[in-house]
Design a protein around this ligand. Structure first.
Ligand code: PLP
Length: 224
């Protein structure tokens, strides 16, 4: 199916029409992004810094680029001038580097803290306890050029719907818990990024405000 139909049919299934769709374009060419862009879509996600900066250079300036992958500290500087939202922040050290690079670029960079909700070891993120420590730390308060606007999580890759639902529900309840706290000025919990091609409907049922969808729009990825 052409990309346009894919995008529209996904949007038609949304349970929450206010949920923001991030079109995950990793491994797909700039020309495919352009097709989706021409339909009025502006939010795109990539998981590698090099690929993100290459594509950003070839495409219109008003695209909102979401860095959704694991981000290495030494690469923050390449995306700091323009990135719209960093989804996978998983350490204080990374946050400090983002803050430093944001200051150099005279901006405030929005970030999501990644929470480890899946069973798989391979997925990154904070435990609930680590997250609570970070949220209340003096080190976090000292950062003036970042804004934490929410949480991100990836469920276990499984056919077991009940399990996926439970993981998303756990993240949602942590999100609500944080929202209810009186946190420092650079934390404002409003975004819950959860859900991908295979599980975005479950994620929306459990309260997702942002879904990251790749293969259901662009087709299967070809890694070489
Ligand atoms: C690749 C990726 C996605 C999209 O995955 P699909 O299953 O193709 O929709 C979402 N989130 C992250 C963090 C990813 O790396």
């Amino acid at each position: 199916m052409p990309l346009k139909e894919n995008l529209l049919s996904i949007k038609n299934t949304f349970i929450n029409t206010n949920c923001l769709l991030i079109a995950v374009s990793k491994t797909h060419p700039a020309s495919s992004i352009r097709e989706i862009y021409d339909l009025g879509h502006r939010d795109f996600g990539e998981n590698k810094v090099q690929e993100l900066t290459d594509k950003a250079a070839q495409l219109p300036q008003d695209i909102r680029w979401h860095m959704i992958g694991h981000l290495q500290r030494n690469k923050v500087k390449y995306i700091a001038p323009f990135v719209f939202l960093i989804h996978g922040v998983d350490s204080l050290k990374l946050l400090q580097e983002i803050d430093k690079q944001a200051e150099k670029n005279n901006r405030i960079i929005s970030c999501l803290l990644q929470v480890h909700i899946a069973e798989e070891e391979s997925k990154f993120g904070f435990s609930e306890e680590e997250l609570m420590d970070l949220i209340h730390s003096e080190e976090l308060k000292a950062l003036n050029n970042i804004k934490i606007i929410g949480l991100m999580g990836m469920a276990t890759y499984t056919e077991n719907v009940a399990k996926v639902r439970k993981e998303f529900a756990g993240l949602k309840s942590l999100f609500e818990k944080l929202k209810a706290l009186d946190l420092s000025g650079n934390v404002d919990m409003k975004v819950l990024s959860m859900g991908m091609s295979g599980d975005y409907l479950i994620a929306q049922e459990e309260g997702s405000t942002m879904v990251r969808i790749g293969s259901a729009i662009f087709g299967e990825r070809n890694y070489n």
